[in-house]
Ligand binder design. Structure first.
Ligand code: HEC
Length: 98
């Protein structure tokens, strides 16, 4: 037996435990780590032509898609983040909406 190395756990972002005890990525931590450079902590920075996330009307699926594949100057995160992290950070961007 090896000492429990989990190969899918290649991410550096923090994780949070849900009420049913499952470990899930912390969307806010991922956002702070990867997205604030262009979008800002509250989503309004707009650097490099980034959209104001407080005004975005996109659905969760559309966000997941853009985050995974990128758009214009936005980097694709499909190779950087796990699908769970992308889902978590997409859900977090929905909370920025005003
Ligand atoms: C290098 C700068 C950059 C980084 C880093 C970045 N974005 Fe973006 N983002 C952009 C740009 C530019 C656009 C606008 C693309 C366009 O013209 O439609 C955008 C658009 C978006 C949109 C679509 C908004 C809309 O209404 O069209 C979402 C959602 C989004 N980004 C989320 C994220 C998340 C989540 C992260 C971190 C995982 C992230 N972005 C990191 C530059 C960036």
């Amino acid at each position: 037996m090896s000492c429990g190395g989990n190969s899918s756990d290649h991410s550096t972002a923090a994780a949070v435990r849900t009420s049913d005890g499952k470990l899930q990525p912390d969307g806010m931590a991922v956002f702070r780590q990867r997205c604030v450079t262009c979008h800002g902590a509250d989503g309004t920075l707009g650097l490099n032509g980034a959209k104001d996330l407080t005004q975005s009307a996109l659905t969760l699926e559309e966000r997941v898609n853009i985050i995974t594949n990128g758009k214009k100057l936005m980097t694709p995160f499909g190779t950087v983040l796990t699908p769970e992290e992308i889902q978590a950070v997409a859900e977090y961007t929905l909370t920025l909406k005003k």
